[in-house]
Structures are given as structure tokens and as C-alpha cells.
Design a protein around this ligand. Structure first.
Ligand SMILES: NC(=O)c1ccc[n+]([C@@H]2O[C@H](COP(=O)([O-])OP(=O)(O)OC[C@H]3O[C@@H](n4cnc5c(N)ncnc54)[C@H](O)[C@@H]3O)[C@@H](O)[C@H]2O)c1
Length: 263
């Protein structure tokens, strides 16, 4: 449970971020700040958060910009006066930006953008959030959204894989530097049914084959649900996870548990 906690979720307008924010409110969070470029989507999340009785604060944020992330934490401090849980979740893939996806053709501008949003913004948001988290008397905690791609590379996603591998190590480095006051863990989702995943599947030459390729090697052969990721995020953010820090938890239908072939 997250009773009485004040939370911040980035990339909160849809997908995993929306589910995480709503689950935080359901678990008793007193307030949830919702950061995203997509203000309309974040307002939709805010309505769902308020339906659970929590305060919702929408902050238009561009995760590419350090100044925007600075403003985000200043706004949270000014409007909510506290921060107990930070969920760094915003993310993009190179497939949203280009068709030239393999490492030998990926444009460097796309590499830079993926790194800016997926890795640099997690570092900056964490850095700006630390003074607030250190003021918390409610077991402050950071949860980062990494990916199975941060542990094992998928084809045609070199920037994404490198950024998510970076998130796994940033999580450990953060846990070390902020211990014992602030815990930091990350979740590594496999293929989750969100707009990002749906767009990736739809853009494939053969979407059905793409879906089968993405889920076929899993021990639970289906797309994961955003609620299944949110449940893990909220557990790691809660006091029940008080002995966990610096760890990366898979929520992937068993994809990384085996070699992917029975023969
Ligand atoms: N969906 C999956 O299968 C999957 C698997 C593993 C990891 N993840 C990770 O989970 C996280 C959430 O993914 P999702 O599938 O919910 O994605 P999504 O595309 O559904 O949502 C991402 C959100 O980030 C916002 N965003 C994008 N660029 C931004 C920017 N520059 N500034 C502010 N906001 C911005 C978007 O508006 C959107 O609301 C990401 O970090 C992603 O890499 C997703």
C-alpha cells in the first residue's frame, strides 16, 4: 500500500505510466503528479486518479529538456509540498522515429533523442527530485522503468537496448549513492499491450507474425497488461519492499528465463 504518499510519474498520459498512477491512487496515495508532453492524455489520467480520491497534478513536461524537468520538480514542491515516490517511466523507441533501425544505419540524431528521453531524463529527474525525497519521512523510493531490452538485445533497436541497459545500471548507481535514505529499483517489462507496443506491431510488414515473434518465446504466451507492470511498480515503491534496492525485476511472461527453444 502507498497510504498517504505523494508520488510523481513521468510519461503518465497513457500506457504503463497511466496504469501506475491510477494504481498508486488506488493504493492510497494522497497525491499523484502526472508529467507528460501530452497534456490531454495526462488530464485523462488525472480524472482516473481523482476517482480514487487522490489529488492529481498535471505538469506539461518535455523530458528532452533539462529546464522542463527542473520546472517539473519545482512545481511538485510548490503545489504538493512533498515527494515520497518517483516513477521514472517516460520512454520512446527508435521505431517511432525512423525506419532505419539496425545499428549500421540508425541515424545519430535518433540515437541522441532516444538517449535523451530514456536515460538522460531519468538521471536529471532523479537528481532534481533528491532534495524532496530526502525530506520524506514516508520511506522514499524511486522506481525506474527499464525493459527486458536492457538485459538482452532485441533486433533493430540498438539505441533502445543501450538506453534501457543504462537504466538498469543507473538504478544500481542511484541505490548506492542514495542509500540508506532512498531506495531505487527498476522494472523490466517484456512485451506489454500499450500504444507503443501496438504501434510497433502495426508498423511491421506482417503484424501477426510480429506479434507471434514477440510473444512466442514467452512461458506465458500473450502480451502483458499495463496493470501487471503497475502492480510491481507499486510493490517496489511501498514499504513492503523495504529490503529491496538496486535490483531489476522482470515482468515479462518468462521471456528471459530460458533460451526460447525446447529442442
Ligand atoms: N510497452 C512495452 O511493451 C514496454 C516494454 C518494456 C518497457 N517499456 C517502457 O515502459 C515505459 C512506458 O512505455 P509505454 O509502452 O507505456 O509507452 P507509451 O508510448 O504508451 O507512453 C509513453 C508516454 O511518454 C510520453 N512522452 C514521450 N516522449 C516524451 C517527452 N519527450 N517528454 C514527455 N513525455 C513524453 C508520451 O506522450 C506517452 O504518454 C517506457 O519507458 C518504455 O520504454 C514498455
Amino acid at each position: 500500500m502507498l497510504t498517504g504518499k505523494t508520488c510523481l510519474v513521468t510519461g503518465a498520459a497513457q500506457g504503463i505510466g497511466r496504469a501506475s498512477a491510477v494504481e498508486m491512487a488506488r493504493q492510497g496515495a494522497v497525491a499523484v503528479a502526472l508529467a507528460d508532453l501530452d497534456v490531454d492524455g495526462a488530464e485523462g489520467t488525472a480524472e482516473l486518479v481523482r476517482a480514487h480520491g487522490a489529488t492529481a497534478l498535471v505538469v506539461r513536461t518535455d523530458a528532452r529538456e533539462a529546464s522542463s524537468l527542473r520546472d517539473l520538480l519545482d512545481t511538485v514542491d510548490r503545489e504538493l509540498g512533498a515527494l515520497d515516490v518517483l516513477h521514472n517511466n517516460v520512454g520512446i523507441t527508435e521505431a517511432q522515429l525512423t525506419d532505419q533501425l539496425a545499428v549500421d544505419v540508425l541515424p545519430v540524431e535518433v540515437w541522441d533523442l532516444v538517449m535523451q528521453v530514456n536515460l538522460r531524463s531519468y538521471f536529471l529527474t532523479t537528481q532534481y527530485a533528491v532534495p524532496l525525497l530526502r525530506r520524506s519521512r514516508l520511506g522514499p523510493s524511486i522506481v525506474n522503468t527499464a525493459s527486458t531490452s536492457g538485459k538482452a538485445a532485441a533486433p533493430r533497436g540498438p539505441a533502445y537496448a543501450a538506453s534501457k541497459g543504462g537504466v538498469v545500471m543507473l538504478t544500481k548507481a542511484t541505490a548506492v549513492d542514495l542509500s540508506p535514505e532512498v531506495r531505487c529499483n527498476c522494472v523490466c517489462p517484456g512485451t506489454i499491450e500499450t500504444p507503443m507496443a501496438q504501434q510497433y506491431i502495426a508498423r511491421a510488414e506482417d503484424p501477426a507474425a510480429q506479434l507471434a515473434a514477440m510473444t512466442g518465446a514467452q512461458l506465458v504466451p500473450r502480451l502483458g497488461l499495463v496493470e501487471e507492470v503497475a502492480a510491481l511498480v507499486c510493490f517496489l515503491a511501498s514499504d513492503a519492499a523495504g529490503f529491496t534496492t538496486g535490483s531489476a525485476y522482470d515482468v515479462d511472461g518468462g521471456k528471459l528465463a530460458w533460451r526460447g527453444a525446447r529442442a
